[in-house]
Design a protein around this ligand. Structure first.
Ligand code: AMP
Length: 281
């Protein structure tokens, strides 16, 4: 695996190896890699000639300085994991390389970045769109891989690609979970054993919500049930639960029997913020 910290040498290398229409798959990450990330890399390996993973803890998408400071950084282990699955290229730039000047550009995605994560993490999606745009310009991939776990992010990136005419296919990969249902996340390693044992309640509450909605229960009642399930059985604190249209993310007050919807949850386990979602089955 070739490792690059700088944009110039990476571009030169990609120019050399992407001749004869060879396809490139891009897997952007913030590192502290787990099986969820690796499933994106494997999907890219299957569909493309060259796979590039990026590891960059992007400061502009953190609205909470302590979250940025405490974000796990495990570059050596990450590189070893990527090597094991035969990733071709790892790009792990410095802040100076990605943001040589204080950025002036801001993105506004209208309604898409005002709800859920956007409401509770102001500026987050502007930072995501900025860094993803930079990575798209640097790597010029054929396809880019993102996880369903960050559904709102995926929706916003699809919008970015459509509006700015990036010639890139966005591929969505399902959520990888621990055996007890907890969605894999780099932040899980910050949980103490007590909170780690309680965290699967998030996924359990999503299952409960899914069952209740399919039985025709009102959205308001379902939201109450999720809060009750999480907060009465564990020390976790619910930040939000939302039921929304999968395409335009508009919150839904009622869900018809066969309607498509996604249930979203964000909760704090101590100071660790966890998110998860579930497509209504
Ligand atoms: P992150 O490093 O958290 O920014 O995540 C990098 C990419 O991996 C994003 O597209 C995430 O949606 C995806 N991802 C994170 N967790 C999982 C998971 N448990 N299963 C599948 N993909 C994931």
């Amino acid at each position: 695996m070739k490792i690059f910290n700088e944009i110039g040498p990476l571009r030169t290398y990609l120019k050399e190896i992407t001749t004869n229409g060879r396809t490139v798959g891009l897997v952007p990450t913030m590192g502290a890699l787990h099986e969820g990330h690796i499933s994106l890399v494997e999907a890219s390996k299957k569909a493309n000639d060259i796979t590039i993973s990026t590891i960059y803890v992007n400061p502009t998408q953190f609205n909470n300085p302590s979250d940025l400071q405490k974000y796990p950084r495990t570059l050596e282990q990450d590189a070893a994991l990527l090597e094991k699955v035969s990733c071709d290229v790892l790009f792990c730039p410095t802040d100076a390389e990605m943001y040589p000047d204080k950025t002036l550009i801001k993105f506004d995605f209208g309604h898409l970045d005002k709800v859920m994560e956007g409401e509770f993490r102001p500026g987050h999606f502007s930072g995501v769109a900025l860094v993803v745009s930079k990575l798209f310009h640097i790597c010029e991939p054929t396809r880019a891989y993102f996880g369903q776990k960050d559904w709102q992010q995926l929706t916003i990136i699809k919008r970015l690609v459509n509006e700015l005419k990036f010639n890139i296919d966005i591929v969505c990969i399902p959520i990888m979970r621990e055996a007890d249902g907890l969605a894999m996340s780099s932040r899980n390693r910050r949980l103490n054993p007590e909170l780690r044992s309680q965290a699967p309640i998030i996924n359990q509450s999503l299952r409960l919500a899914s069952e209740l909605l399919r039985k025709g229960e009102e959205v308001a009642t379902v939201k109450k049930a999720v809060k009750e399930a999480i907060e009465s059985q564990t020390e976790l604190k619910l930040e939000y639960v939302e039921v929304a249209d999968p395409v335009n993310l508009t919150p839904m007050n009622r869900v018809d029997k066969s309607a498509e919807a996604i249930i979203f949850v964000a909760a704090f386990a101590g100071e660790v913020r966890l998110i998860d979602n579930m497509y209504l089955e």
